[in-house]
Design a protein. Structure first.
Length: 89
């Protein structure tokens, strides 16, 4: 399998030293950068999906007039919080 490369990054000496200081035993700087890039991609995809769900929910509510009054939302959240606190005790 042929692999591609990511363009080299110019960073300050301080940033490089900070990155090297947090490497785990046996971990290379390249492995750290690859993991960071992978996690960044996953986070951005999750964020985009979250935004898409929110926009779709807003559009659905506008179309069907399905908005819930703030007071109702707060009451439901307070009940859920109270129930969670009871379970935690």
């Amino acid at each position: 399998m042929k692999s591609d490369t990511i363009p080299p990054l110019r960073v300050s000496g301080r940033l490089r030293r900070e990155a090297e200081a947090v490497l785990q035993e046996g971990e290379s700087l390249s492995a750290f950068v690859l993991e960071s890039l992978t996690r960044g991609i996953e986070a951005r995809r999750a964020q985009a999906a979250f935004i898409a769900r929110g926009l779709a929910s807003g559009a659905k509510a506008r179309k069907h007039g399905g908005y819930m009054p703030l007071a109702d939302v707060m009451r439901k959240l307070e009940r859920r919080l109270a129930a969670a606190r009871r379970r935690a005790r």
